[in-house]
Design a protein around this ligand. Sequence first.
Ligand code: PRX
Length: 655
Amino acid sequence: MNQKTIQSILTEERTFPPSDSFAARARIKSLDEYQKLRAAAEKDHTGFWADLARNELDWHTPFNTILDDSKAPHFQWFTDGKLNVSYNCIDRHLESRGDKTAIIFEGENGDTRHISFRELHGEVCTFANALKANGIGKGDRVVFYMPMVPEAVVAMQACARIGAIHSIVFGGFSAESLKDRIEDANAKAIITADGGTRGGKVIELKAACDAALDKGCASIEKVFVLKRAGNNVPMKQGRDIWWSDAVDGMSQDCEPEWVESEHPLFLLYTSGSTGKPKGIQHSSAGYLLGATMTMQWVFDINEDDIFWCTADVGWVTGHSYVAYGPLSNGATILMYEGAPTVPDAGRFWKICQDHKVTIFYTAPTAIRALMRFGDDVPNHYDLSSLRLLGTVGEPINPEAWMWYHKTIGKEQCPIVDTWWQTETGSIMIAPVPGAVDTKPGSCTLPLPGIAADIVNENGDSIDDPQQGGYLVIRKPWPFMLRTIWGDEQRYYDTYWARFKGKYYLAGDSARKDKDGYFWIMGRIDDVLNVAGHRLGTMEIESALVSHERIAEAAVVGRPDDIKGEAICAYVVARGERPLGDDADALVQELRAWVAKEIGPIAKPDSIVFAETLPKTRSGKIMRRLLRAIAKGEEITQDISTLESTDIVKQLQGKA
Ligand code: PRX
């Protein structure tokens, strides 16, 4: 067989149509309606997006140029228009929704707050004025290192209001990573807190900032510090300023800075397969349009919804579906500061019950983790307010999908499996829930105006439903990344060079089934080549997890003289970690299981049991670490984000 193709081995035949009651009240009520939208976009790609931009956003200066591709692949949208993102998220709702709750907040220890759109406006303006009074203005970079509290959204909106560019560093990153990002962005200020609370512990945010600043970061002039956890922090005179002091006496009005459409709204650092993190740069107008429209298409957002996206603001999901998309639509969001298992594994479900959450959006890793605690935990809570569920970040294995569908959604809520990336800005491929039937494990169909396709090595479309290839986007879209901050060459090399500037390369492999549904098979570099067959690691993982004794699995390749690559599986069992004879027997059983589920070709060569899998702070499995372990290499990479270094010993088979 052709080694340059990726073989698909997973077949899932179940389909789930939206219920009549969901479809009846949905914004887009039928497949026909959705297809009309897609057809309109196909007929006139730029006109389609221009109409939405004119109708859905409020402009200070209307645009005439829709798409400037003269510097492709640096595409520019709505170039001669001007607007302000914070005006669109807050001010335009004040008349009709001033008293409506914009943010419901719950802290880990149970403290709650409700903030109306009018109150949010006041807080954003006072903080924007404080930033200005401290010398921060249009185009300055401001790094955030914040807990998941409403002030994070306030500060993002305040930056947007004055045209400052925020760059959020997730609070779980080390001081070293923070320093690298500050220096790469050449940031002028930091916004942080004394500390945040997670898992009952105080995360010392200010201390980490101080450590980063001690090591360099010469560009930083001011550090704004929110008092949240109440831990003691030293303040450096002239540099550090308490949030409460900064806003003291500031006006509650702040005229928005009307910025060009292409003015950068934010940078967000994300890791590539090699090298230092990339500062993904997003625009103002195009980005906001994506966040706004996908809230309508994918989340079917309505006036009375309570929308909860569990992502931290340190990730792109927390940008588009906490800070910008919902507010742009005048919707109410819920924010939760803490861990999902404090005080117990029912916390998420209790929050859904207590605040009558209607739309719940989380990551498969969280679903699998909570699934391990059994059905009794969620069954204890009234989840009847939920009407729509979502997932993001990685492929969801069909077993977790079914659990989410049955135990959380009570078979009533459509599940939107949303494929997108930090780079794409907003959701790209996902079911429009009142219109598109879902299939467990598939992110289904591209959204209107998104020219997603799967191509082979030569860039030709692949139509064979069993054959995978490169996931590409054939046409520019308004919310695409604009560049990698300070590294044009890397922007071109990473996303465009592979197909000579013709298509955007997402870096994922995927296949399309006979209905045109997309199935993400994993990152390109997670694809194994076993005896001439290229296999998506996710499909093997999914097979392992479908065994009744297995909770989680990660599969990586190890170079093998005969087969090219050998398959190494790292597995977490339900309940106790199997040891001794039990482990040996289970290894044999699992190998036979995978052989049965997928075929002998996918049978893992080795299976190791551990108590947990090594994950990054965002819950992604640290595959590079597993690859090194699989090869028996000495571990030289940073494993400081691991909960316990004993795990490494278990994975190495030494404990
Ligand atoms: O591999 C895909 C996976 O996550 C990658 C993007 O990661 P990041 O930029 O951190 O953004 C995560 C949140 C948008 C993708 O290249 N991914 C994301 N969503 C899905 C997914 N894989 C499968 N199914 C998804 N729904």
